[in-house]
Ligand binder design. Structure first.
Ligand code: SAH
Length: 264
């Protein structure tokens, strides 16, 4: 039965319910208090790859924990199968937590899961999480927007159909003059940078790739937009990686140089 029911659940009914929960970028300290509370009341937790064990440990001891996002060559469960599983468990009367990396509604397919749950008439609540771009920016001490430098922030995906670069409005993104946060761009960073340069963003625009933001193995690769693909290839990242591009990065470069000078 649903112990922490979503607001429109009927009290006392033995029906299950679902929570779409953002687990944040990795560091367990970046989990919200609400996420921790909801986990503590879960019967079933369906979790993505790379969720820290310390976060999973917050689930009720008897809760079923199901890894639906296996990595390293092993197949992840298909989105359709995940949707079915959430709905099936909730229909059986379970409190289901769908625990997702970052925020459920930022490139997380949370909308599809929400639609399925609603169509099945299951009560659902969404718990936001810290998205990777915010975690990366915090590590770098980099404001994503900054008065007079970056007046907008654009989240774009580098991963379109068949893993190719999606057809974004490159000219509009370039004209906007804000900060660009590219998710899932590991394989498409070369065409992504080329598209931005062709649309008018100067090649020397500063950029950074942040791997494993908020985790102990976090790494940063600073480069110009023109040199970014090569710099990333040389660093050979293996973990999740986010790319930030824009004039505001100059501040991060100054901060990094300061840190290096202090360390020397
Ligand atoms: N819902 C997630 C994004 C899922 S898409 C969020 O809000 O953060 C997966 C992509 O997110 C990865 O390819 C990478 O671009 C980014 N990402 C997720 N976690 C990250 C991390 N700890 N460090 C860097 N990038 C990360």
């Amino acid at each position: 039965m649903c112990v922490n029911p979503p607001p429109d659940a009927v009290p006392g009914t033995p029906e299950g319910c679902a929570f779409l929960v953002g687990a944040g970028p990795g560091d367990p300290e970046l989990l919200t208090l609400r996420a921790a509370r909801v986990l503590a009341g879960a019967d079933v937790v369906l979790y993505d790859a790379l969720i820290d064990p310390a976060i999973l440990a917050l689930a009720r001891p008897g809760a079923r924990r199901i890894d639906v996002g296996k990595r390293c060559g092993r197949h992840a469960m298909s989105q359709a199968a995940i949707n079915q599983l959430i709905v099936g468990c909730a229909r059986d009367g379970a409190v289901v937590v769908r625990l997702k990396g970052g925020d459920p509604f930022v490139f997380g397919r949370g909308g599809e899961e929400l639609d399925c749950l609603r169509a099945a008439g299951i009560k659902v609540q969404v718990v936001p999480g810290v998205t990777a771009a915010c975690a990366a920016a915090a590590s770098l001490q980099l404001p994503l927007t900054h008065r007079g430098v970056a007046r907008s922030l654009h989240f774009v995906t580098g991963h379109g159909a068949n893993g190719t670069l999606p057809a974004h409005e490159w000219a509009a993104l370039t004209r906007a003059g804000g900060t660009l946060a590219a998710y899932m761009a590991g394989r498409t960073i070369a065409p992504l940078a080329a598209a931005l340069i062709a649309a008018g963003l100067p090649g020397p625009t500063p950029a950074v790739a942040v791997e494993n933001a908020s985790r102990p193995n976090e790494r940063h690769v600073f480069a110009t937009l023109a040199g970014l693909a090569e710099a990333i290839a040389a660093a050979a990242p293996e973990g999740p990686m986010l790319v930030l591009i824009g004039a505001v990065l100059d501040r991060a470069l100054v901060a990094e140089a300061g840190a290096l000078a202090r360390a020397a």
